[in-house]
Design a protein around this ligand. Structure first.
Ligand SMILES: [Zn+2]
Length: 295
């Protein structure tokens, strides 16, 4: 015989969870609605709550517009409370990440591995992985970048393989772009990436190639193309950030000059305007008060 849910009077399917109260049984859909369980398990404290309460108590909770999360604290120990809090925080972080990610995608940000480069917001989203958390980096925080290229030569000389290894290449933008297309003295590329250095002393690397690949292969050509487009995006972002900083500096300087103006001289100018009938006496008085800091 099928069990009937004491709360909604509907049949509880044999595949669904149920919880025994003092005077009845409640099925999964009702439990889930009141946050006493999720898809996989009962919420911590749910069993303890059910053992000591009646269906009428549960109905009361339901009609009050609340759910189990509002009273859960009473049925769990401190250890569980801490765990729940952590879970809640993680959930919130995930939710925030989803929203931020959406913003970046809506802007048409360019994605390279787990990084989104947004030239509209002029920001980079490091979307992280399962083990690392996400982070938003403003282009004003980007100090420099360099190509990380490693390759080797497998030319045989008297039967012995000779290895030539390249390291991180530093230098101006031109040198970097040149370096990505150079490296003809290696017949294999082992690693290709762009290291981006931030003003807080940290850096991150966008990797395009992580395993030994023939230098003249399509894979290497594709990786180099991607690297070049990333460099141009990063350079644009840095230029934009630089322009913005300069504009703000100019604005700050202008405000400084304005605030350095002699108030008496300014009042005389406005008095003249009032005398000439260009502004009204009321407007002149208001400006005078403002200039003398009387307002
Ligand atoms: Zn029910």
């Amino acid at each position: 015989m099928a069990t009937i849910c004491s709360l909604c009077n509907k049949k509880i399917s044999i595949f669904k969870m149920r919880l025994k109260f003092k005077d009845g049984v409640v099925g999964q859909s009702c439990l889930s609605e009141l946050n006493l369980c999720n898809f996989w398990a009962f919420e911590p404290g749910a069993k303890e709550y059910a053992e000591s309460h009646t269906i009428a108590d549960l109905k009361e909770l339901q009609t009050s517009g609340k759910d189990f999360t509002n009273i859960q604290d009473q049925y769990i120990d401190d250890e569980t409370k801490k765990e729940l809090q952590k879970k809640q925080e993680k959930k919130q972080e995930r939710q925030e990440k989803i929203e931020v990610l959406k913003e970046f995608k809506d802007d048409g940000a360019t994605k390279f591995s787990s990084y989104y480069f947004d030239l509209k917001k002029n920001q980079i989203l490091s979307s992280g992985s399962l083990t690392t958390s996400w982070r938003v980096i403003d282009f004003s925080e980007v100090l420099s970048y360099q190509v990380n290229r490693n390759g080797h030569l497998e030319q045989k000389h008297h039967g012995i393989a000779r290895a030539v290894t390249g390291g991180i290449l530093a230098g101006g933008v031109g040198a970097i772009v040149g370096a990505t297309t150079g490296g003809k003295n290696t017949d294999y590329i082992d690693h290709l990436g762009l290291v981006i250095n931030l003003s807080d002393g940290t850096n991150f690397e966008v990797k395009f190639l992580k395993t030994k690949t023939k230098t003249n292969s399509f894979t290497v050509k594709t990786a180099e193309g991607e690297l070049r487009s990333l460099i141009s995006i990063v350079q644009s972002g840095m230029n934009k950030a630089q322009e913005k900083a300069e504009q703000e500096q100019t604005k700050a300087n202008t405000i400084k000059i304005e605030s350095n103006a002699d108030p008496a001289e300014e009042i005389r100018k406005f008095k003249k305007l009032a005398d000439e009938g260009i502004i009204s006496n009321e407007e002149f008085e208001a400006k005078k008060k403002q200039l003398l800091n009387l307002q």
